[in-house]
Design a protein around this ligand. Structure first.
Ligand code: URP
Ligand code: ZN
Ligand code: ZN
Length: 464
């Protein structure tokens, strides 16, 4: 039987490094790798001079997330298009429970939001914000419904935060049923006290956001989550680690043999708290939680990635416009930094930024593949369907052209948000072509158009 498509002449990048290999695709999957593949009847995609990487797996996005009475700037249509243009072909979004409502309702609602609107394949984590004893069985239901990973907020008291008892209860159940617990690790009670004091003292500008969320508030919460995970026997994934101390807690847990994993995001690697010193209200563009950190932290997070103390680079894409207009905007917090919607865009720039780190020698090509694709696929039950290019895997890939440097800018990005945290930054990687299950999503850096063809990824309970 012939092949449908051959990606030809590129350098394949995998977890073991570089290989000069063509990739043959049949019925949406990788059918063969090698040289001199039988081209009869197949279309070809010329990748000469380019790197071919497995499609990115972004394990942390927030599309169509309600905020007050409005929602994030990106929904599944625009967010997933931006993902595709940045070489990401799978996203895991957070179906977020409403207080007092069943988990089932959140999952059904997020499936409705994404159905027929997502350009890349997608799955969900369930963000649980309210878990009385009577709801515990709903965790079993969620795992059976293909959603075996959960997020618990240790911050945002009164809105999203679960107390330690509720998290421990959930973890005890999850370790029984093949679930993975993830945490937003910041000490919400302490932060609340610091925010109130700052406001009382008239400190209202964006630069007070990081000052009221100190690194110690993250490190303490990471440590506490690890204690809960160790005692309950539940595997733990710490999202958006922003500090050297947080990464250090994870390192020590892993050295003791615990099943503890960590994620960081490009904003904590490429940006620092200097952004909050921008003139006027500009710092609001960088108001996210946890906040950007002083210079020493990014350097140590790079070390943590290289040493496998952290396993994943995801984005936490949660976009709000800077200017007033459609949707919730950062301007909501003009007079009070604590009202600035938390979050920033990033789904489109993750692979270009990380590949640029490869080009400048900060990351090996193999580690790049692990961090942006293979390890998130593994941890969240998608490997080897996603996260690698081997016979039988989905033919999800990105062709990166290193000959064409690009300037990152809101003027050219595809996300539906009016700023880029990386405005004007030059990267030596251009995401030229992207395939999802063998179908072109992006050609010459632009979306090919057509109706969204992303599919829901029903995941199995997660093993050790
Ligand atoms: O500021 C952030 N990170 N917003 C998104 C929600 C979260 O905590 O991940
Ligand atoms: Zn979070
Ligand atoms: Zn998030």
């Amino acid at each position: 039987m012939g092949f449908d498509l051959i990606v030809k002449g590129g350098t394949l990048v995998s977890e073991v490094g570089f290989a000069r290999s063509d990739i043959a695709v049949r019925a949406g999957r990788v059918a063969a790798l090698g040289k001199k593949l039988d081209e009869r009847g197949a279309r070809t995609l010329d990748a000469s001079g380019c790197f071919v990487v497995p499609g990115g797996v972004d394990a942390h996005t927030h599309f169509d997330l309600p905020f007050g009475r409005t929602t994030t700037a990106d929904d599944f249509k625009t967010g997933s298009l931006a993902a595709a243009c940045g070489g990401t072909t799978t996203i895991l979004d957070f179906a977020t429970q409403e207080r007092g409502r069943p988990l089932k309702q959140a999952l059904e609602e997020w499936r409705r939001k994404a159905e027929g609107r997502c350009h890349v394949d997608y799955g969900f984590h369930l963000a649980v914000v309210d878990l009385p004893e009577s709801r515990l069985r709903e965790l079993d239901w969620a795992v059976r419904a293909g959603c075996p990973s959960f997020k618990f907020y240790m911050a945002y008291p009164g809105r999203l935060m679960l107390d330690d008892g509720a998290i421990a209860r959930a973890m005890l159940r999850l370790q029984d049923i093949g679930g993975l617990a993830s945490v937003h690790a910041e000490n919400g009670g302490l932060i609340d006290v610091l925010v109130r004091r700052a406001l009382r003292e008239g400190r209202r500008a964006p630069r007070w956001h990081p000052l009221t969320r100190p690194p110690a508030a993250e490190a303490e919460a990471v440590h506490r989550a690890i204690v809960l995970a160790e005692v309950t026997g539940c595997p733990l994934y710490v999202v958006h680690v922003s500090t050297a101390e947080g990464a250090g807690e994870i390192r020590r847990a892993r050295e003791r043999g615990l099943r503890v994993y960590g994620e960081t995001c490009p904003q904590y690697l490429f940006l620092s708290d200097r952004e909050y010193r921008r003139p006027g209200f500009e710092g609001a563009k960088f108001v996210m939680s946890p906040p950007l950190r002083p210079e020493g932290h990014p350097r140590r997070l790079w070390d943590a990635l290289r040493q496998n103390w952290l396993q994943v680079v995801a984005t936490d894409h949660c976009s709000f416009n800077y200017r007033k207009g459609r949707g919730a905007s950062k301007q909501l917090g003009r007079k009070d930094f604590s009202r600035i919607p938390n979050g920033a865009p990033g789904v489109e720039t993750r692979l270009p930024l990380l590949w640029d780190a490869v080009e400048r020698g900060d990351l090996s090509p193999a580690r790049f593949v692990e961090l942006v694709s293979a390890d998130p696929a593994r941890l969240f039950g998608l490997y080897p369907r996603k996260g690698c290019l081997a016979p039988g895997s989905d033919a999800d890939l990105a062709v990166l052209d290193p000959r064409k440097a690009r300037l990152l800018s809101a003027k050219t990005h595809h996300a539906n948000v009016d700023y880029s945290p990386y405005e004007g930054r030059r990267v030596r990687a251009w995401v030229r072509d992207v395939l999802l299950r063998g179908r072109p999503l992006v050609r010459s850096g632009e979306p090919v158009g057509g109706s969204p063809g992303g599919a829901f990824l029903e995941r199995k309970p997660l093993g050790a």
